[in-house]
Design a protein around this ligand. Sequence first.
Ligand code: DGJ
Length: 733
Amino acid sequence: MSIIVNEHEKLFTLHTENTTYQFKADQHGILLHLYYGQKITNQNLEYLILPVDRGFSGNPYDAGDDRTYSLDTLPLEYPTEGVGDFRCPALSVLNSNGSKVADLRFCGYQKYAGKYMIEEQPALYDETGKTAETLMLHLKDALTGLEVTLLYGVFAERDIITRSVIVRNGGIDDTKILRIQSASIDFQYGEWEIIHFHGRHNMERIFERTPVPHGTTAYGSRRGTSSHQHNPFLILCGKNTSEFHGECFGMNLVYCGGFIARIERDQTDLVRLSMGLNDDGLSWKLSPGQTFHTPEVVLSFSSEGFSKLSHNYHAIYRNNLCRGKFKFNRKPIVINNWEATYFDFNSDKLIEIAKNAAELGIEMLVMDDGWFGERDNDKCSLGDWVVNTKKLPGGITPLVEAVNAFGVKFGIWVEPEMISENSDLYRAHPEWVLRVPGRKPVHSRSQLVLDLSREDVCDYIYSSMVSILDSANIEYVKWDMNRSISDCYTTTLPYDRQGEVMHRYVLGLYKLLERLTQRYTDVLFEGCSGGGGRFDPAMLYYHPLIWCSDNTDAIERLKIQYGTSFAYPVSVVSSHVSAVPNHQTGRVTSLYTRGVVAMSGNFGYELDTSVLSIAEKIKIRKQIQVFKEVQHIVHNGNYYRLSNPFEQRYVAWLMVLPDQSAALLSIVITQAEANAPHIHIKLAGLNRNVSYLIEKKQYSGEALMNAGYAIQCPTQDYYSTQLYISSDSESIL
Ligand code: DGJ
């Protein structure tokens, strides 16, 4: 039993294997947050709240003369606007009389086995109904009739708690939601630092750790996508928390649209952390009887540092978020022609790439952008999902057949959410675009965004995709999205409901993806948004694979993959070896090093296989053999970060099979130094009582983890090594 309710004390305790989360409804029906952290088996933690009369902090009317009772200083479970809490609210509504007060009081609860789901939105699931429990907490504003239900999903064995919120207008007048966060947590005590993952196109999810200052700090995206610039994942941690020690909390939003996360340190050093869909411009009309369901956040806590926190997220996403045939199945080794040809290709060229790829052991050719309409550059044809027969004579079918004849599967790139002004679709349906009437829309990559809040637009996209996917043996779809959303206006809603469009776009996208992925259950969908601009749990629900970044430079990828690994498992990251000099940085690295880095994900290539030298072909063939041997470790292993690429001159990481029988250690030197000290690394996750073989020598697990492993460091730029660690006496590499 992971949800314990003490009805007498109105105390709610959620237990996971190693954590406890607690809150209570107090004498006024206000929900007080009491605790989230390391497991405490049986204790009402209300004693941590000490009554103090704080100057200038308001007191609710029903607290009478008790000036110590203030919603401005108490730790709250779901803070709202207008009730005397001057910190950031999680909920703000506009009532029909123009006021913004939402005075929510406890009015009941339900709990049940299994995990709640959110209608037409992605969420963690519990297939068996036996691994999670749900708590629903009901609150109500007696004057307006606004009803709020807080949902908690508890995955006890995985140390994961999810939260989401349902708002129902139980009154008789319209109301509007102006802000609605999926969760808010008040940490009454502790000295905290915050880690977030910022970036830009070609440099996503860069780790940044800073102390939490007084006041409010916000991270988020107003771009209509979760974005390259900030990932919807935050870690709150102690000052001394490291990979293997210390306390840390994670919060990750299951949402692919714009989001906002706020961290507020108040006058008493209480830290409030909240996250939800972006509320800049949000204004969602709720007529009597209507409901609104927020996306969910995924929470986790570790008292054993970041490694354990990451493992909690990796396991829940692999088991309870990703779906379908490719959730655990081995994914193919891909050759993608983007960096090989850009728009300049035809069937003959692709067949040549596929033929050479087959000889190397590559299993899938993905035909990237440029195969449809008049698309010889990125200025036209999005929306016209009709094969360009000048490039592919006879259409896709003969091309796919020719590729399949080499034993290579075939995949295709699409960007269905977009439209080019120079397209037949735009000429026929200019009203299908997101734009403000009478204004010229903002261009980005010379394209506009289709209005996915419209059902007819989604139906058009669906049928275009169906006709492509049904036309040939297409076994892989790379679903791209190459711009931020602006001009967020739809002609289908009145002026006072335009604040709904951003979220309605996302809901339209989810519905479309659900229809397509349910129809094509044998097709592997790869998500992409100019690389990793939409690398989030919502996309993982539909696409069990996401292109990590358009930056394929092995050395820069080390930082990108490092940041990505805090929340997302290696098994969902796609990662390719590209040509040198690298197209994004001009850097030259060895094929070996490019392979070592790309093997920390779904391995593949992004180069022209038909122009490789014999020596390169021999190396690539060997590289692919190696990957096939270690792929089970990469996909199923527990991932350990063994260095910090921002602080050290090397990057080391380790993947260990869950049964600890084998592991793969990868080390890349990012900065060669003269007369450098040896590199010394303490391994993790091994069985201390087992003897492991590394390069024909035996070492005890205990020694490798306590005394560590040392390698000599050649004075060579971007030197790397990949070591297979096995409990067998035979090495496979
Ligand atoms: C952006 C993607 O990230 C690239 O891999 C490539 O597919 C291009 N779009 C094609 O336009």
